[in-house]
Each structure stands twice: as structure tokens, then as C-alpha cells.
Design a protein around this ligand. Structure first.
Ligand SMILES: [Zn+2]
Length: 320
């Protein structure tokens, strides 16, 4: 929580008190724990967290644009193609890690993606990829939805739509993804939450913080589920990151992100699971890039991601 934003009447939604009550501590180490308690307890004590630039631990976009489609393309292809320069770019011409996995015999029809934003149909090239991409207001369950799917579908249709038809509220994406995880048992599941970005663009700082804290709790729910289900227990890893950074309180830049705004190329990532050493918050000086995530995720699965385009080298999560 940044007090400079919380104190600004333009952004605190008329109630800085509630923001301070929920998220403030003078010590930044205590403060970050109030916002993301699961990250700064379970992940910190079992996994790895990268991106604290105070220690010279840096992760950046390699693409030069610093907004969504170029970022997600970079995450999933390991290939920051400069031709991908717009959020309305057509279906991704490049093979993504998810498509590659769905083409491996061990992963065939065991890959799925859920995204609050409807652009994931194009970013992940749903048509060519042949794995399900449930985005925005897509209904789940096909011709025979389960009772749970019926309920979520009905609520999704009737829900408040603050971001129009392009993006649903994260609660629907999360519950749909959880239901799929529990009933279909995919081997690889991607979930993209969108509210932090949307509330920031709207300048609603309280909603922004609440959305971030909610996602922290949902990641905890996912982790608790996979660590209690025999299909997943002790053989499932989570990898968490973001498509881009954003500006800070100065000049009101925190609401947006692009290559005209300082530091929007600054990212973070976290990983936890079998085969991923306990390192906690990594404090060594490093320069890593988002383009390295695709091969890093493939390596966690014991695979090497190869396809028609170059794939950037992995991050060695177990290097000392
Ligand atoms: Zn945005």
C-alpha cells in the first residue's frame, strides 16, 4: 500500500481510513503481509519470490510495449515478437507453451485456460490450440452443465459488468477455474485475473487493493486444494506472475502502463512446488526477463519447449 495514493482524494474512494485500517503498517515488510498474506507466509516459507529491486533482483519485460497482449505473448511463447504491438492483435501466430503441452501425448486434452479478459481467445489462439480457453462471459459445461456450472453461468450472465463485455469480474473466472480443477483434473491450468488492472485504470485504489488481496486468498485456496487432493498432492507446482508493471504515485502514473510511463517494464514472479528449492524472497542481484518464463515453466514439468520460433532460456530456479 502506497500512502501517497491512499491519501489522494482523487483515488481513495472517499475513505482513506478503511484503506489504512486494512492495509497499513509503518514497516514495509509488515505492510506487504497485510496485502498478500499467503505470498508472505506460505510462498515465502516454501517457494521463491523474485523482483524486489531494492536488492537488485530485477525482472523486466523484454518486449518494448509494456501492456497486456505483448506481455502475455511473451510469457507464453518465450518470444517477444515486436510485431505483436496491440491488444487488438489477431489470433497469435506463434505456438504458446500451452499449445505445445496440449500436443504432447502426456498432456493431450489435459490443458485448460481461464481468463477474465476476452482477449485470451486470441492470445492463446483457442482455435488452433485445441484446448479450452474460457474467457470473460464464456459459459462453461457445454451442452450438459453441472449444477455448479449452471449456477455460475446464470450469475455470470446477470452480474454487474463494470468493464463491459470484454472482461468479467474475477470471482467468476476463479470459481469456474476451481470447479474445472476439481472435476476435470487438468494437468496444466492457467488462470488470469484482471481486476487489479481494471480498478487501477479507473483510479479506484481501494478496489485495487481489495482485488489484489482477494487473488492472494484464491491462490491460497488453489494451493490448499491441490495439496489435499491425491491426484495433485506433492506433484503440483504453481507459477505466478504478471503481464506488465505500472507507474507509481508520482504524476498520477499508477493508474496506467505503457512505454511512455517510467518503470512499467518492472515485474515480479513467484513459484512453489516439488523440484523448486525453498529460497523465499530472492535477494541476489539478477537481471531476468519475462521471455524466460515459458521455458522455466516447461522445465518445472521436466520438458523442453521447442517450436517454430526461438524460445528464451529458462531461469534456473535451483541455482545457488
Ligand atoms: Zn491495463
Amino acid at each position: 500500500m502506497d500512502s501517497a495514493i491512499a491519501n489522494n482524494k482523487k483515488y481513495n474512494q472517499g475513505d482513506s481510513e478503511v484503506i489504512y485500517k486494512k492495509y497499513w503498517a509503518a514497516d514495509p515488510i509488515e505492510r506487504r503481509k497485510k496485502l498478500l498474506p499467503f505470498f508472505w507466509s506460505t510462498i515465502e516459507s516454501n517457494g521463491q519470490l523474485y523482483g524486489n529491486r531494492n536488492y537488485g533482483n530485477k525482472i523486466d519485460n523484454a518486449n518494448p510495449y509494456w501492456f497486456s497482449y505483448p506481455g502475455y505473448n511473451e510469457i507464453f511463447t518465450g518470444y517477444p515478437d515486436t510485431a505483436i504491438n496491440s491488444n487488438s492483435y489477431p489470433p497469435n501466430p506463434h505456438t504458446t507453451l500451452l499449445e505445445f503441452l496440449n500436443n504432447q501425448p502426456n498432456y493431450k486434452n489435459k490443458v485448460a485456460a481461464f481468463g477474465a479478459w476476452d482477449a485470451f481467445d486470441r492470445i492463446l489462439n483457442e482455435e488452433r490450440g485445441k484446448f479450452p480457453v474460457y474467457s470473460a462471459f464464456d459459459l462453461t459445461g457445454g451442452p450438459k452443465p453441472s449444477a455448479t456450472e449452471n449456477t455460475i453461468n446464470a450469475m455470470l450472465k446477470d452480474s454487474y459488468k463494470p468493464f463491459g463485455e470484454a472482461e468479467c469480474l474475477d470471482v467468476f473466472t476463479h470459481y469456474n477455474a476451481m470447479h474445472y480443477l476439481q472435476t476435470k483434473k487438468p494437468k496444466v491450468l492457467y488462470i488470469s485475473y484482471g481486476e487489479t488492472d481494471e480498478w487501477a485504470h479507473s483510479g479506484q485504489y481501494r478496489d485495487y487493493l481489495d482485488a489484489a488481496k482477494m487473488v492472494d486468498k484464491w491462490i491460497q485456496d488453489i494451493w490448499n486444494y491441490v495439496q489435499t487432493d491425491p491426484f495433485y498432492k506433492n506433484k503440483t507446482a504453481i507459477f505466478i506472475t504478471t503481464d506488465h508493471g505500472r507507474g507509481d504515485a508520482k504524476k498520477d502514473e499508477w493508474t496506467s502502463h505503457n512505454n511512455k510511463i517510467k518503470d512499467c517494464n518492472q515485474l515480479w514472479m513467484a513459484a512453489m512446488g516439488p523440484g523448486i528449492q525453498l529460497k523465499g524472497e530472492v535477494k541476489t542481484g539478477l537481471q531476468l526477463y519475462q521471455k524466460q518464463f515459458a521455458q522455466t515453466m516447461a522445465t518445472i514439468l521436466g520438458l523442453t519447449f521447442t517450436c517454430e520460433h526461438p524460445v528464451a532460456e529458462k531461469i534456473n530456479l535451483n541455482r545457488d
